[in-house]
Design a protein around this ligand. Structure first.
Ligand SMILES: Cc1cc(NC(=O)CCC(=O)O)nc(C)c1Br
Ligand SMILES: [Fe+3]
Length: 236
């Protein structure tokens, strides 16, 4: 495995990822890589920060409401493919998540996952909330069928405490239960990207709240979206 993780590691957590996504639409995996592998990822992210590579949370999707949302987005982000020289450990994280998503998608008991054909993903978005109450307003990642079906977020905040804030609050559709996800070190989170999971980041007080996000695309929805997008530009 390119991720440097044992194949049994993936088969151990695969059932819970499939089960939780099918049952709750959300799945949290703690001690995802183990601290010996998580620590170097944190160091790479801090190095990106020190090198000033984080931009103000610029809009990452073209739609207008995201531009409006710009004013209530406190995160600073940078995009990495994982192939950059100082991102070897981020690369291992990305390939570990790729393996899990691919195996879950093709698993015989994939359930709702089976209706997707996940052939593509975004680059890794490394985000930093700089504290002083920085937050992200309640939103849906993929409200209008842009192809994204799974959001995968990896948190790397050591010694997080409730005073640190920056909890991710998810409002699973049709469920009165709100999920509050603390952005703990070496914690992996998966959730459906569409309207089933509106979510927000509560004000972060800790100096730098770090997270690495990957979005996985369903091929069919993505192709339909791109053909709609090209049709609309063609007609303009
Ligand atoms: C750029 C961008 C970031 C996010 N991030 C979160 O929702 C925060 C998750 C967390 O860090 O806990 N979501 C969207 C739809 C866009 Br676009
Ligand atoms: Fe989001």
């Amino acid at each position: 495995e390119e991720s440097g993780l044992s194949p049994t590691w993936i088969t151990d957590i695969l059932p819970s990822v499939i089960q939780d996504l099918n049952r709750y639409g959300v799945c949290v995996v703690d001690n995802f890589l183990g601290s010996d592998k998580a620590q170097p990822i944190l160091q790479e992210v801090e190095a990106l920060h020190v090198r000033g590579l984080f931009e103000d949370g610029q809009v990452v999707s073209p739609n207008v409401q995201d531009q409006a949302r710009g004013i209530i987005r406190g995160d600073k982000i940078t995009w990495v493919t994982g192939n950059e020289p100082q991102c070897a450990n981020i690369r291992r994280l990305v390939s570990a998540v790729d393996s899990i998503i691919a195996k879950a998608n093709h698993h015989q008991d994939a359930g709702q996952l089976a209706k997707y054909s996940i052939t593509w993903r975004s680059r890794a978005m490394v985000a930093c909330y700089p504290g002083q109450g920085a937050r992200y307003v309640k939103h849906v990642d993929n409200p209008d069928g842009d192809g994204r079906c799974i959001t995968a977020i990896y948190y790397i905040n050591k010694d997080w405490t409730p005073e640190g804030g920056g909890v991710l609050r998810i409002y699973p559709e049709g469920n009165s239960q709100v999920a509050e996800i603390e952005p703990l070190f070496d914690r992996m989170l998966f959730f459906w990207s569409d309207r089933r999971n509106p979510h927000e980041v509560l004000p972060a007080n800790v100096t730098s709240r770090y997270a690495i996000t990957l979005w996985y695309y369903d091929q069919k929805e993505r192709e339909e979206y791109l053909s709609r997008a090209s049709a609309s530009t063609a007609s303009t």
